[in-house]
Design a protein around this ligand. Structure first.
Ligand code: GUN
Length: 296
């Protein structure tokens, strides 16, 4: 008898396009609302350039008002803060995003704190981070919000399950751990956060029903580290050398997809998993801000 295919790919591209369609539908019902997003890019980081262009393109597709402010690598912190203040005061701008990382001479926390928390569609302001932790209404960082949405829309049973988050960044690891801990839909998990200093990481991942891999190490999670039926969300975007490819490189996640997909019940691919969700959730946060759904 042929072996039954039990594995399933989580299609982030499809869910992101559904969210985009939902936003378009909502906007068609509210002709007076034009969400506005200011995107600030400091310096010439090639990856940041690509991300900002993708965000700008999505804004155009949805009919949002968007401003891309490209600033010199040499800008002072005070000058950058002045740009942020002008967007804080603009009635046309509902969301402000400063693409990270910033040049080393700029204090990242000073910059994130300068954004009006009511326009903080990235969810990086300490007010939003704190409110997320205590389960209050807030802007949720886009990648973790996208992961949560994938779990909900794929009807993953999360309540009472063991979730292991690999990685403790402020952008992904800590916020997704806080989301999964909440007593709410698509959450209510027992959460473990593992990281680069965790000893015997396999002992944790082998017990996990859900794994969120966000450690930034190519193909870190192997099949011998997981149990059968686990749900795996791969947040990694890593460039590795690939002499077989024309470009000389390929993009892989933090999960060894070939190995792990054979044991997982659900798994996100890279690309086409979490990546498209991040931009979709940014658009959703910006719409929510324009509609004054988070802070009125
Ligand atoms: N750099 C890497 N990820 C992100 C993100 O989600 N938002 C911003 N602003 N910068 C990033």
């Amino acid at each position: 008898m042929a072996k039954q295919a039990i594995n399933k790919i989580i299609d982030g591209k499809l869910i992101a396009s559904q969210i985009t369609d939902e936003i378009k539908k909502e906007l068609s019902l509210h002709n007076n609302i034009k969400p506005g997003l200011a995107l600030i890019l400091v310096g010439n980081n090639p990856a940041s350039e690509i991300y900002v262009k993708m965000k700008e393109k999505k804004c155009a597709e949805l009919g949002y008002h968007s401003i891309v402010n490209r600033l010199s690598e040499k800008i002072t912190e005070a000058e950058l803060l002045a740009h942020i203040r002008s967007y804080n005061n603009s009635s046309k701008i509902h969301g402000i995003l400063i693409q990270l990382p910033l040049p080393k001479h700029i204090n990242e926390m000073n910059v994130l704190e300068a954004v009006d928390y009511r326009k903080d569609v990235d969810g990086f302001h300490p007010i939003n981070a704190g409110r997320l932790m205590i389960g209050e209404k807030c802007f949720t960082p886009c990648t973790p919000a996208g992961i949560h949405e994938l779990l909900k829309r794929y009807n993953v049973i999360t309540s009472g399950k063991n979730a292991v988050v690999i990685g403790r960044s402020n952008i992904v690891g800590k916020p997704i751990a806080n989301i999964l801990l909440q007593k709410s839909k698509g959450a209510n998990c027992t959460v473990t956060v593992a990281h680069s200093a965790t000893a015997g990481i396999s002992e944790f991942t082998k017990k996990a029903d859900i794994i969120i891999a966000a450690i930034g190490k190519p193909e870190f999670l192997k099949a011998n580290m997981i149990k059968k039926g686990v749900v795996i969300i791969d947040v990694g975007i890593n460039r590795v050398d690939d002499p077989d490819s024309k470009k000389g490189y390929k993009v892989v996640g933090d999960v060894d997809f070939n190995e792990c997909s054979k044991k997982a019940s659900l798994i996100t691919p890279v690309p086409g998993g979490v990546g498209p969700m991040t931009i979709a959730m940014l658009m959703k946060n910006t719409l929510d801000s324009a509609m004054k759904r988070i802070y009125s």
